[in-house]
Design a protein around this ligand. Structure first.
Ligand SMILES: [Ca+2]
Ligand SMILES: [Ca+2]
Ligand SMILES: [Ca+2]
Ligand SMILES: [Ca+2]
Length: 413
């Protein structure tokens, strides 16, 4: 008798001389998975499990048969019962694959442990059995990572640095990698192909994002079982390396009058600005403040005037103001664009309050040597001249001359 019959294998395991080995991470005999000599750590497939082994055939007497099994704890067989992996093969030992494959399973996520048993072909004195319990778990994870809270915190337009953070984790197999891509939509990666960014939960990527392009940021987290989740930034980001532009601006509420340098009213302060725009990213906010010193806000506290200035082009503050004669009021407008790293155009203008009328001055009929003559023979022209009008605060901006006709009581015709 040179061989045990297959029918007698089960009997051999009841009480043979038995050696049990629990291997360690450095051992290279039993391996998880189908790839020869590669110890797989993770899998995402729940309907089959596999193992392979090597180096068990150098027992002095040769191997008569193998069995393998799988359990949720070391040595257990609650996942795959002990099976002869070569039982179905024709051709004897030459056809052995030293691979175990159990299919049609419905495994739950968790850790699985492979055991392999070799029965030696001892011809005298009964078989010897060696069992190796592979201590490196084969981790099944069928759920992709959790990935959310993708936040783009900043874009450094000088150095082209994109700063971001996210929340990613994987309970079963842990995170293996996180990648980032940029696209013009939520789906493409046209602006930046997938780029590894580490798993720290935040990072910085150097990438040139063109001005004025809605840019969607995508993150992809992959777990150790090879499953991925993708998350997209809640909104597109907009990069703009140029500040808003402005047409004209100044003091006063009448944009047709342009900037004024003096005003007589004491209960109202106005500013105007026209042509306010940013072609790349639009205008997000306009703030106005005014005070009695440049940059001050003691007269008009910082106020959001975005709607008013983009609408009518002018904004006034009237209630509660009591401006002082001979005092200059300095307005500051902060015009901010809509980019992720926004640029602000700051405008300065000022107006001086003059509540007193011009003084002095005399008016004469005629000019030069013909001044103040009682009669004139010129029937087509009336002329006048004046002198001495002054305003010590704001100067004279305009003279208006009027001529009235008074007919004497008796006119000789
Ligand atoms: Ca998972
Ligand atoms: Ca711009
Ligand atoms: Ca002015
Ligand atoms: Ca005056």
């Amino acid at each position: 008798m040179s061989r045990f019959s297959l029918a007698s294998i089960e009997d051999l395991f009841f009480n043979p001389p038995h050696r049990v080995i629990v291997d360690d991470a450095q051992s290279s005999v039993v391996f998880n998975g189908l790839t020869p000599l590669l110890d797989a750590m993770f899998t995402s497939t729940s309907n089959y499990i596999a193992a392979n082994w090597d180096g068990l055939d150098d027992l002095q007497s040769g191997i008569f048969a193998y069995r393998w099994w799988v359990g949720s704890e070391l040595g257990n067989d609650d996942a795959v019962l002990p099976t002869d992996p070569h039982m179905h093969l024709i051709g004897g030992q030459r056809a052995w694959t030293n691979t175990g494959l159990a299919t049609g399973l419905d495994l739950a996520d968790g850790s699985y442990y492979i055991s392999v048993q070799a029965i030696s072909s001892v011809e005298y004195g009964g078989p010897l059995v060696t069992t190796i319990h592979h201590s490196t778990p084969y981790i099944l994870d069928t759920t992709p990572p959790q990935l959310n809270d993708v936040i783009i915190s900043d874009y450094d337009t000088l150095n082209n640095l994109l700063l971001f953070s996210y929340n990613a984790s994987d309970e079963g197999s842990g995170l293996r990698s996180v990648s980032l891509s940029l696209g013009r939509t939520e789906h493409d990666t046209e602006l930046l192909a997938w780029t590894g960014v580490g798993t720290a939960g935040n990072g910085i990527v150097t990438v040139v994002i063109p001005d004025g392009v809605d840019t969607w940021v995508k993150l992809r987290a992959t777990n150790n079982a090879g499953l991925s989740s993708v998350a997209v930034s809640e909104t597109a980001i907009l990069v703009d390396r140029s500040a808003p532009v402005v047409g004209s601006y100044g003091d006063g509420g009448n944009i047709d009058s342009g900037d004024v340098e003096f005003q007589s009213g004491t209960d109202e302060l106005c500013v105007h600005a026209t042509g306010v725009a940013d072609p790349e990213s639009g205008i997000s906010q306009i703030l106005w403040e005014a005070g009695t010193s440049p940059g001050g806000s003691d007269t008009v506290a910082t106020t959001d005037v975005t709607d008013a200035l983009l609408g009518s082009g002018a904004v006034c503050r009237s209630g509660g103001l009591s401006l002082l004669h001979n005092t200059t009021y300095y307005s500051t407008l902060y015009i901010t664009n809509g980019a992720i790293t926004n640029y602000t155009t700051t405008l300065f203008t000022n107006v001086r309050v003059d509540t007193t009328k011009p003084v002095g001055g005399t008016v004469h009929t005629g000019t030069g040597s013909r001044r103040d003559l009682p009669y004139s023979s010129d029937i087509t022209t009336v002329s006048a001249s004046w002198e001495g009008f002054r305003d010590y605060d704001s100067g004279i901006s305009l003279y208006t001359v009027s001529v009235s006709l008074r007919v004497p009581d008796s006119v000789g015709l």
